[in-house]
Design a protein around this ligand. Structure first.
Ligand code: SF4
Length: 340
């Protein structure tokens, strides 16, 4: 059966026309799904009984089951959802003073093989559909009875490796008649799939692009992130410059500090050289140690020194608050434990 959440508003209008219905029904259905967050077609009371029956026969609302929920002492909640085909995905809810932020997964498993990531070692199963990505958000809002204000595409999976579904899910989340979260509150992360960074720049979506950089020379970056062998740093930075020029949006560079690997002064100097003059921000991440992982967390003293060096040399850098470190918040860890 088709997942009705896989359609953006324009597509749903066309879909309704194809089953002999009026296109304006799409807006009514959108309201029930994304604003009222209903879990059955029967609740869509301004639709005729006949139409509700037709919808039931042809579509599913794809309501996830919660397999497991882990709550951290800082309020971060990590969900493991049953996506109804025997697979499981995880989604993390973080509470900030400015509201609720949700970290969504985009694939079941990941092909990229970053060495510091707990998803490495879990075989790639499939892409999530756009409706499944959107359902991560709706399922959490239902469970917590809240409205989420920020969405970050930073869970399991490489978002730009599931390009069409990710972009479609952004259109649904961003649509004022859908979930209505402003594009500036949506952030898409990538390990550096250069051709799709160029594509995203052309989409006319004002979302924030977040680049997992983690090293400043090709040798080191390739040893941490195999994707760098395909798209080396020079090509990645050029694509970022093009993205900034096209969208006028500031790029966020993620840099996970691993002890004795990429956290010394030479690395900080390399970062300044690479990013100087770009409209950007550096997010320093104290790496979460993973079981059997190759990297250890950098010392707090080192992290602060690294940040100060960047700030003193014209690169705006902040240290990301460590949320959920007591519940395995590095992506992939909850899922892997559950599967063992
Ligand atoms: S860090 Fe992200 S892109 Fe890299 S392997 Fe993990 S999930 Fe995939």
């Amino acid at each position: 059966m088709k997942n009705i959440k896989d359609y953006n508003l324009e597509e749903l209008k066309q879909e309704l026309i194809s089953i002999g219905e009026k296109p304006f029904r799409a807006e009514q259905i959108f309201k029930w799904i994304y604003q009222e967050n209903v879990t059955s077609f029967d609740e869509m009371t301004n639709l005729s009984l006949e139409l509700r029956e037709k919808l039931k026969q042809n579509y599913t609302l794809c309501i996830f089951n919660i397999l497991r929920k882990q709550e951290s002492s800082d309020g971060t909640i990590k969900y493991l959802f049953d996506v109804l085909d025997g697979n499981a995905i995880e989604t993390v809810l973080m509470k900030y003073h400015h509201g609720y932020s949700l970290c969504v997964s985009t694939q079941i498993g990941c092909k990229m093989g970053c060495k510091f990531c707990a998803s490495t070692g879990i075989a790639f199963a499939r892409n999530l559909t756009s409706g499944e990505i959107v359902e991560e958000l709706l399922a959490v809002e239902r469970d917590q009875n809240i409205k989420i204000s920020n969405v970050v595409y930073m869970g399991i999976g490489e978002p730009l490796d599931n390009y069409d579904n990710v972009v479609n899910s952004i259109r649904i989340i961003n649509n004022p008649k859908g979930i209505n979260i402003g594009a500036r509150h949506i952030s898409v992360s990538t390990s550096g799939l250069v051709p799709n960074i160029y594509r995203l720049a052309e989409e006319n979506i004002q979302c924030t692009l977040s680049i997992s950089l983690h090293a400043t020379n090709n040798e080191k970056r390739s040893s941490m992130m195999p994707v760098n062998n395909r798209y080396p740093i020079e090509e990645l930075i050029q694509a970022c410059k093009d993205y900034i020029a096209k969208t006028n949006r500031r790029i966020s560079f993620e840099y996970a500090l691993a002890k004795d690997n990429n956290d010394n002064l030479e690395d900080a100097k390399g970062l300044v050289k690479l990013l100087k003059g770009m409209l950007c921000h550096v997010n320093l991440i104290p790496i979460n140690k993973i079981e059997n992982g190759a990297f250890d967390k950098s010392s707090n003293e080192n992290i602060i020194k690294f940040r100060d060096y960047l700030n003193e040399h014209g690169i705006v850098a902040t240290i990301r608050r460590e949320l959920g470190s007591d519940i395995d918040a590095a992506c992939g860890q909850l899922r892997r434990k559950n599967l063992q």
